[in-house]
Ligand binder design. Structure first.
Ligand SMILES: [Zn+2]
Ligand SMILES: [Zn+2]
Length: 346
């Protein structure tokens, strides 16, 4: 990590380092749910604050899955047999949803640049005429791979719907088991992040990184469509979090939430902006600096906010210059150890 001494002030009065990076000045805080001893006050604030656990994103997902379940999901009886018509309906629904969701972020932030570079971490826009991307264009590349991802998401969803329809999955509903129904809904984001952390560490294993995960990391400067720009093998691993419904009792709404958050969440976490600013007074905090730093430094922040796995396993970078200095030393020591082992033939 280079020393970022030389700074400049951009058109919004934000200080940028010599690479054009802007920092909010706030360090990354993980959510306190698994910090011991438990800090009840912080937990309550994280749950019910704004933005917090429930608002706005959890609530938005509930609305989206509710509408999709009620109006854009085939009848269960039809899904007892594999038939192209209902599979196409679910796939089309997910592709359209992804287009609207990612498209809204992209149009606001990148196409029409509604807030310019205000609160944008990276000083640059999406790459054009760059041969590392498909079609020499970062956005087209990212859109292509995101749609590929939506096909895998839909394949998992269709397979699970077929299994629900045939009574093959452990099933609960709100009438018979309201407590577990609600608890399972609240646990979905934690499960997703737990699963993501481990598959993410797996694909950072060099042989898999070189063949699979490199594709996602072509995006150092990220935008909403970069989130799901992954190699198909990564899509298969990434959406395999949905397979938990094979073993844990659930309702199709849990499965939909699991899939929708996995499919739509990356646009939020890769927006590249610390805040979505609507006008001078109204802004939605969207601080996703944690994952932005993963794209910048690769070997830090494999997980997300609601589980302190990075903290537990020593890969947590909070965005401060102290953390920069710490990881600079860690990486230097790693290179030295590797060179030594090559020299000694160990
Ligand atoms: Zn990413
Ligand atoms: Zn990665």
């Amino acid at each position: 990590m280079p020393n970022d001494d030389k700074t400049s002030v951009d058109e919004h009065g934000q200080v940028r380092d010599r690479r054009g990076e802007w920092r909010s000045g706030r360090v990354v805080h993980l959510e306190p749910f698994l910090d011991f001893p438990l800090d009840v006050k912080r937990i309550v604030k994280t749950l019910f604050g704004f933005p917090g656990f429930f608002l706005p994103w959890f609530a938005i997902y509930m609305l989206v899955i509710g509408i999709s379940y009620a109006f854009f999901t085939p009848e269960l009886a039809r899904m007892q047999t594999f038939d192209l018509a209902w599979i196409a309906e679910i796939t089309a629904r997910n592709l359209i949803l992804l287009t609207i969701w990612n498209g809204a972020f992209h149009l606001w932030l990148y196409k029409y640049k509604m807030q310019g570079r205000k609160k944008k971490y990276n000083g640059k826009w999406m790459a054009k005429n760059n041969r590392i991307f498909l079609f020499n264009d970062q956005v087209y590349d990212n859109v292509f791979w995101s749609y590929s991802g939506a096909l895998f998401w839909s394949a998992y969803e269709c397979g699970l719907w077929w299994a629900y329809a045939n009574g093959l999955l452990p099933y609960i509903d709100f009438e018979t088991n309201p407590i577990w129904f609600v608890a399972a809904m609240l646990l979905v984001p934690f499960w997703r992040n737990f699963h993501f952390y481990w598959i993410h560490r797996l694909i950072h294993w060099q042989p898999l990184y070189d063949r699979v995960h490199y594709l996602h990391h072509k995006n150092v400067n990220v935008g909403p469509w970069s989130g799901m720009a992954m190699h198909p093998v990564e899509h298969i691993l990434y959406f395999s979090c949905m397979l938990i419904h094979l073993v844990v009792p659930s309702h199709p709404l849990h499965m939909m939430f699991n899939g929708f958050q996995t499919g739509l969440g990356p646009a939020v976490s890769h927006s590249g902006f610390d805040e979505i600013v609507f006008n001078d007074e109204v802004a939605l905090r969207n601080d996703r600096y944690m994952h932005y730093l993963h794209h910048k430094y690769h070997r830090v922040n494999y997980g997300e906010y609601n589980m302190p796995l990075d903290k537990w396993f020593g890969s947590f970078h909070d965005g401060s210059s102290e953390a920069d200095a710490h990881f600079r030393e860690v990486f230097k020591a790693r290179v030295k150890a590797r060179n030594n082992s090559v020299k000694t033939g160990a």
